[in-house]
Design a protein around this ligand. Structure first.
Ligand SMILES: Cc1ncc(COP(=O)(O)O)c(C=O)c1O
Length: 438
């Protein structure tokens, strides 16, 4: 291992983990809540004896706890196997009822079911925020009635907070029968979720982005939404989602959400400072360019999306991994040839620039020492890749033209050009297929 590689790890050899948006480590509160349910105690809440009743009571406590955090009634919360299933269930609630619209920067968990059901995308501004004028145009355009509008609360690559209440208001005006689905998987605890998603009929949640266990999520289902089950089976979750609900995972999810929510004010302040240090350091020392330009500071505090001109992000992520720093590119297609992230192309980044974008995501375990270790490692890896024999010529050409601005100039960097994923008019386009990571 070379010096750069050693620098990224702590003395115990743990890498610097800046990929919380993919999955955040399990919180101790969650582990403690789960252990009794993992340690040999049977836990099917559906039976009629005392053991089942104990499991049922724990499950309903967890449901109440989560409902209090996200601002819904307990009976509006349906447990699922994760955010993906919650989002799919949400989209399918509008199946065969009319047109489906979703923002062009939704996660694949929303985009893919929308695409499968013939939905259309609504473009976003270069700032990574939904284009509300384009949404109004789509809602008012002739055709079958709109049955569903999907808009995420926080984008999982850029951290941009979406104008969910404005979407709810527009839908109420122009398509009062339509459901608003909000994918809130990347939102907790970075935004005040109850207020942001108040008028949404459907809200998708996941535990493992918040320090809960992977493999569980939930969908908030408010009137008038009615679920069309994706699976056929038992009558669990009031007939809305069959299958034995995993009590251990449910109590772990509740404990994690509760802990994250109680700590949210302090966590936001702490991470804002750590992110500022990371971004300013990488702009100064590694020629990084904040992907959102001047707006990087107003994204959710856990996310820093940066471009490294002249470096293929796919190579950088591998180089950083070798050096002991975990980060991620937004999306990668299964064939191994990385596709640029659909989120980055939706905000108008040319493909060559989109291929240089990397996401660093912070979370509840991120420390100042980790950020300093990342700052000690990343610039060296970036320099090494920039000086390497050319791989992707288009990326390298672009790198020789632009070394990236200082933070001061980054603050005045104009946001990228407006995207027209739905065509030159900015009208909705068919939903493209996407790969994707968390
Ligand atoms: C915004 C968003 N929605 C949905 C999902 C899917 O969640 P899960 O991993 O729980 O299926 C993710 C996960 O990466 C996400 O970031």
């Amino acid at each position: 291992m070379n010096t750069t590689a050693r620098a990224g790890r702590d003395p115990g050899g743990a890498p610097v983990y800046l990929d919380h948006a993919a999955s955040s480590p399990l919180r101790p509160e969650a582990l403690e809540a789960m252990l009794p349910w993992l340690a040999g105690q049977p836990a099917n809440p559906a039976g009629s004896h005392r053991v089942a009743r104990r499991a049922k009571a724990a499950l309903e406590d967890a449901r109440e706890q989560i409902a209090a955090v996200v601002g819904c009634r307990p009976d509006e919360l349906v447990f699922t196997s994760g955010g993906t299933e919650a989002a799919n269930l949400g989209v399918h609630a509008a199946r065969d009822r009319g047109r489906l619209l979703c923002s062009a920067i939704e996660h694949a968990a929303v985009l893919e079911p929308c695409r499968a059901l013939g939905g259309a995308t609504v473009p976003v501004e270069p700032t990574g925020i939904l284009d509300l004028a384009a949404l109004a145009e789509a809602l008012d355009s002739p055709g079958p009635p709109v049955a569903l509008v999907a808009v995420m609360a926080v984008n999982n690559e850029l951290g941009t907070v979406q104008p969910v209440p404005e979407v709810v208001a527009q839908v109420a005006r122009a398509a009062p029968g339509a459901l608003v689905l909000c994918d809130a998987v990347a939102a907790l605890p970075w935004v005040e979720l109850p207020e942001l998603t108040q008028g949404c009929a459907l809200v998708a949640l996941s535990a493992h982005k918040v320090g809960g266990p992977p493999g569980i999520g939930a969908l908030v289902v408010r009137r008038p939404a009615q679920l069309a089950p994706l699976l056929r089976g038992g009558s669990q979750e009031r007939g809305r989602r069959p299958g034995t609900v995993p009590v251990a995972l449910a109590v772990g999810m509740a404990a994690a959400l509760q802990a994250a929510w109680e700590d949210r004010v302090a966590a936001r302040a702490r991470l804002a400072a750590l992110r500022r240090r990371l971004v300013t350091g990488l702009v100064a020392e590694a020629g990084a360019v904040p992907t959102l330009g001047a707006a990087w500071d107003s994204a959710a505090v856990d996310l820093a999306h940066l471009r490294f001109p002249g470096v293929a992000a796919q190579e950088l992520v591998v180089g950083l991994d070798v050096a002991g720093v975990c980060a991620s590119v937004g999306a990668a297609c299964a064939s191994g040839a990385p596709e640029p992230s659909h989120v980055l192309t939706a905000i108008g980044l040319p493909e060559t620039e989109a291929r240089t974008g990397l996401r660093f995501s912070l979370g509840w375990t991120t420390s100042g020492a980790e950020v300093e270790r990342a700052l000690a490692v990343v610039p060296g890896v970036v320099r090494a890749l920039r000086s390497k024999a050319p791989g992707d010529e288009r990326i390298r050409d672009q790198g020789t033209r632009s070394r990236g601005p200082t933070l001061a100039s980054a603050a005045s960097t104009p946001a990228p050009r407006r995207s027209t994923p739905g065509g030159p008019s900015g009208r909705p386009g068919a939903v493209p297929g996407v790969g994707g990571t968390g």
